[in-house]
Design a protein around this ligand. Sequence first.
Ligand code: NAD
Ligand code: WQD
Length: 342
Amino acid sequence: MNILVTGGAGYIGSHTCVALLHAGHAVTVIDNLCNSRAEVLDRVQALGGRTLRFVQGDIRDRDALARAFEDGIDAVIHFAALKAVGESCAQPLRYFDNNIGGTIALMQAMEAAGAQQLVFSSSATVYGQPDRVPVKEDAPLRVTNPYGRTKLVMEQLIGDWCAANPQASAVLLRYFNPVGAHPSGLIGEDPRGEPNNLMPYIVQVASGQRPQLRIFGNDYPTVDGTGVRDYLHVVDLADAHVKALDYANAHTGCETLNLGTGKPCSVLELVHAFEQATGQPIPHEIVARRPGDVAEYWADPARANALLGWTAQRDLTQMCADAWHWWSQGGGLAKNNKEQDS
Ligand code: NAD
Ligand code: WQD
């Protein structure tokens, strides 16, 4: 199929493009590079063994979108969004405009082009603090910040669009905590400035860029008092998108699926797994809880298993080893960031 990938130069998008090229799809990427670099796409093409088409532009720019659709697009995988929770609290309108405005423009362009299939990056953040774990797709939705609100609204808009178009098909994928990198070390997560998320922070402590990890609270009602999440290898996540595309191609209507391993992991467990997988010590101290954090959640991925035939294959050791391999050898992109940030 001809697939349009919005945000394809980003962390999850780049790994998904490699998987799509391997699966034999023709890929067009549209990305405004607000949180990524064009060099990533050279690496994607090297890893995928084939070329892709790149339109540098914003999904809110109708001309850029029209260029992206001009070769005939069968299906869209929609990653392009701003994703920093704290920033979304400070700049909610920017998040509403980019994420929700961008999604509306994208659906309009799909309709104009006759593209009927959409795979969408949602997030487990839509569940907020769940009543019970593991979390199933029918759990109550309780967004706690503007970023999460954009994900929930986008899910609803896509559902309405599907309901109005009997031929349309959408798969809403609620990711838990994606981590790790491509095993080649050529692509991975490349956060600008101080990372917000745990794994990139651990990796930067291991490399000596940051003196120690601050663990946000050890008084949660969890296995060891630290926050518990469901960490998922980004290559497994990428594979789920290829399967979701196949599903969308064979069905109509709107489906919502959790993507996680279904295995809980505390902050301290991840730190120890990283130390064991890489041999790098991670000095850490316990500090106050981070405002807005939930104690624990992990996925029930049974629905994704059943509908897509997908199960996460890679364990914590592999997630840690690949994250470290990327950072210690693929640091070229990261170094550029450091220079830019300083
Ligand atoms: P990322 O920032 O690495 O990738 C997003 C890409 O979209 C970037 O390349 C950015 O330049 C591009 N982009 C943003 N706004 C755009 C616009 N208006 N027009 C064109 N391009 C635009 O983020 P990621 O971690 O790869 O996340 C991808 C998607 O997955 C996002 O929608 C995010 O909300 C969602 N998600 C991520 C996580 C996570 O922990 N990484 C978890 C759950 C959901
Ligand atoms: C994981 C655990 C922290 C950093 C966020 C977004 C969510 C989704 C994924 C997009 C928690 C602890 C972290 C550190 C720490 N993104 N931690 N020290 O908060 O589960 O989810 O990313 O949709 O919307 O909120 O992930 O990696 O930030 O935190 O102790 O320096 O690590 O308290 O328990 P989170 P995270």
